[in-house]
Structure formats: C-alpha cells, structure tokens
Design a protein around this ligand. Structure first.
Ligand SMILES: [Zn+2]
Length: 170
C-alpha cells in the first residue's frame, strides 16, 4: 500500500497512538498470561510491566498503539468501564486486576475521591517519595508472585497484614 509522501512523513514524526483503540484478542490473551490469581476471594495480581506502582499494558493494531493501566484494561475487557469512568481499587492492591466489588470497580473520579477521603487517602500522589514507595512495593509484589501464587511471599512483599505460620526470614 502506498501511503503517499505526506502520510509517510507524518508517520515518521510521531508514533500513531489512539487512546480509544479497542483491546485485540492477542492483547487480551497476553493480559491473562501475566495475571497470577490468589485462590478463593484473593487478589488477581498483574505480573507484567509496572510504572508508578501500577500495571501497564501496551498493544498495537494496524500500526496504531495504546498503553493502558492493567486494572483499567481489566475493566475495559469486561465492558464495565464507561466514558469518564476510572478504575478504583477496593482491596488496596494497585496491581490487582480482579473485577469484583471487593477488588476493582469502575467509578467516577468524584466518587473515587470521596472514597479515598473516607479511607484516609488523598487519591493524589503528593510527592515523589510516596510514588517511589508505591513503585518499590509493586515491584516486590510482582516478583513475589511472578512464579506462581505464594501467600507467604505475597504477605511479606505487600505489607498487607496476614498471619504467617512461620516467622519472616528477614
Ligand atoms: Zn484485589
């Protein structure tokens, strides 16, 4: 296909990006291959790319790309994320991608802020240190479960209180 000189020039200048690009079948397959599920009612942990403490997934279709939060991707593929809605974690696990009232729901920004205030959170990352903490924690959580679900390793990495049968190793 000959795109013509003008189109080719603009393609060289910028990578085509479309924030509304629908998830492809390959992207959905790749997404689930990077999710490790805790048994029962536990979290489903994203083990792919992590940025700012949140999972990220990128995909392409017909030369156009889109990058999305992993938890938003989960909401998009379950068709529960409408225009202007955002993902909200009820389980306080930024890497969780389990669409469930106890874990991850679609919410409006204002409702999310009210919920964050009610929980004593601001919903806003105030400074770089806080952001670094979340990134470090998420990387530790990802590494703890990337080889398969490990409740003890998850508890240690996440800092989420859960009684352990054996004392921590460090
Ligand atoms: Zn969860």
């Amino acid at each position: 296909m000959d795109l013509g000189p003008q189109t080719q020039a603009s393609a060289r200048r910028s990578r085509p990006y479309d924030p509304t690009l629908p998830p492809t079948g390959a992207a959905i397959e790749a997404f689930w291959s990077r999710v490790v599920k805790a048994p029962g009612n536990g979290c489903w942990i994203w083990t792919g790319a992590v940025s700012d403490g949140y999972g990220r997934i990128s995909w392409r279709s017909s030369g156009v790309s889109r990058t999305e939060y992993a938890h938003r991707f989960a909401l998009v593929i379950t068709s529960e994320l409408g225009d202007g809605a955002i993902g909200e974690h009820r389980c306080n696990e930024p890497l969780c991608v389990r669409v469930d009232p106890a874990h991850l729901i679609a919410s409006t920004q204002s409702a999310n802020l009210l919920y964050a205030v009610a929980c004593g959170r601001t919903g806003i990352i105030r400074n770089l240190a806080q952001r670094h903490d979340r990134q470090a924690r998420s990387l530790a959580v990802r590494d703890a479960v990337s080889g398969g679900w490990d409740p003890d390793a998850y508890s240690r990495a996440s800092g989420n209180a859960a009684p352990l049968d054996t004392p921590p190793l460090f």
